[in-house]
Write a protein of this length. Structure first.
Length: 495
């Protein structure tokens, strides 16, 4: 029986799976679509299945009349891959045939596949491999009762599983500055998870209306408030649109609480967020007309959730906004913090670079005008989209990740000699650079040099870069942020 099933799977893979679709298909991009689903994570070691529900995922859907395309239908793996389906003749159903090629890594091809549950396991049913959605009023609703997963050539799931999928219009509109609004660059200083941060944001003025660019960096996303004397009142719960880096729709939410640092044996210090939403009607900033500055001592969030604390959010506390006058400056030297080596069983390693958004005198400089070069064993690093001059906040969500001043990189080739990095800062026609800093793989002892530094926070990830608890079984990659801003990355196997 097993041989018969595998033979049927092999035939399906040969006859149905086409090339991976990574370019945006021709057609109409459906704006403002929200992906909602249930999901589960099968653990083959224990036989247990963990379940979750999610809403507010940014969905990218293209329709060219008869064809429908959904980008990244497995929402935890954002690789820019499209799944193709076709509208029925009567316009009421969209059918997605599986398998479809998802990705090829380390010479192994993985497929998007419809699966069924058999007891506590998932399996491919060769006789029923279509994902079927009803289509009405602009909404796609899964009706086939199956599970969408990433499988290897043998039909074994390797990932999170999505089911009960609905893709629908988000049904909310953002407020944006009018075309004639007056814009000014502000420096925003604040605390996040107890650590001080600083960045520049655009602030737009139009009469009594003030628009503050979403401080997470989401494009065309603004916090709107009304200025009355010395108070700027921003309604709580306002919709801020799509944050593509989070992959979520986000809302402004008033909150309260703090971050408690606890110590976990074997893992060091770990931040625990004791944050909850409040029922405040607004987030209120004090306004100083003489300096045109704003301040808010209350905590607020850019939250991936309409009315509940989301799994993803950015917290902002003790916020100060002052007009920013940018001047040419020499950027501070970066620091290559660590190299993990190729992680056994996963085919890649991680290295971390700390790049202060400051000049050599410690003064803040605008990240938007910073870029950097990385050199690995004598070769200059090229981003997946072909850049060698890498913008300071560039991330592709996987091989290069940014968290504050910490930049983490995946390398699929072992680094045997050294890693170099140099930062540049451009204002007008003036370009100033830091020193070119090298990390010697054989002799560098950065971990020891920072052993006495206080720890600000410790983050843990699995091998695919997803946040996990420190006691998660298996490989855990631990990233420790020290008080001097440097970051150390190491790996542990939790049994």
């Amino acid at each position: 029986m097993k041989k018969t099933i595998l033979t049927a799977l092999a035939l399906l893979l040969c006859t149905m799976a086409d090339a991976q679709i990574t370019t945006t298909p021709d057609g109409t991009l459906l704006e403002g679509m929200e992906y909602c689903s249930k999901g589960m994570v099968p653990d083959y070691a224990t036989g247990q299945i963990s379940r979750f529900e999610q809403t507010g995922i940014v969905a990218h859907v293209v329709n060219d009349g008869r064809k429908f395309y959904i980008q990244d239908p497995i929402t935890h793996y954002r690789k820019g891959v499209w799944m193709e389906g076709e509208l029925s003749d009567d316009g009421t159903q969209v059918v997605f045939h599986t398998p479809q090629v998802f990705t090829t890594e380390q010479g192994v091809t993985y497929y998007l596949y419809r699966m069924v549950q058999k007891g506590q396991s998932l399996a491919v049913d060769p006789a029923a491999t279509d994902l079927i959605f009803s289509y009405a009023d602009g909404t796609l609703t899964q009706t086939d009762g199956g599970y969408l997963s990433i499988c290897n050539a043998e039909g074994r799931t390797t990932s999170y599983v999505e089911y009960g999928i609905t893709i629908r219009p988000i049904g909310e509109q953002t407020l944006c500055p009018p075309a004639d609004a007056r814009h000014q660059t502000y420096q925003m200083s604040y605390e996040t998870e107890g650590a001080p941060q600083s960045k520049t944001v655009d602030v737009a003025f139009s009469g009594a209306d003030v628009f503050i660019a979403n401080p997470t960096g989401a494009k065309d996303s603004w916090i709107h408030g009304t200025l009355d004397g010395d108070r700027l009142t921003c309604p709580n719960g306002q919709f801020l649109g799509a944050d593509e880096q989070m992959g979520r729709y986000v809302w402004l939410q008033a909150a309260e609480g703090s971050v408690e640092i606890i110590t976990i044996p074997g893992f060091g210090e770990w931040p625990v967020n004791n944050i909850k939403l409040t029922e405040a009607e607004a987030v209120v900033f004090a306004y100083d007309a003489a300096t045109r500055s704003f301040s808010c001592d209350d905590l607020f969030l850019v939250n991936a959730g309409r009315d509940a604390l989301g799994e993803q959010y950015a917290d902002f506390d003790k916020v100060r906004l002052v007009p920013y006058d940018e001047q040419p400056a020499v950027p501070a030297d970066p620091q290559v913090v660590s190299w993990s080596g190729i992680i056994e069983g996963f085919g890649f390693g991680l290295f971390a670079i700390n790049m202060p958004a400051a000049d050599v005198d410690g003064h803040y400089i605008n990240q938007d005008n910073m870029y950097y070069n990385v050199f690995i064993d004598g070769q200059q690093l090229v981003t997946p989209d072909g850049q060698t001059d890498i913008p300071y906040n560039y991330t592709d969500g996987q091989t290069i990740r940014v968290s504050g001043t910490s930049h983490t990189f995946q390398s699929y080739t072992d680094i045997t000699d050294r890693i170099g990095v140099q930062v540049f800062y451009r204002v007008g026609d003036v370009v100033n650079s830091s020193n070119l800093v090298w990390y010697d793989i054989a002799t560098e002892g950065i971990a020891d040099a920072h052993a006495q530094q206080p720890v600000l926070r410790t983050d843990c990830y699995d091998a695919l870069g997803r946040p996990v608890a420190p006691d998660t079984k298996g490989l855990v990659i631990r990233r420790t942020t020290f008080a001097d801003g440097t970051v150390r990355t190491d790996k542990h196997v939790v049994r």
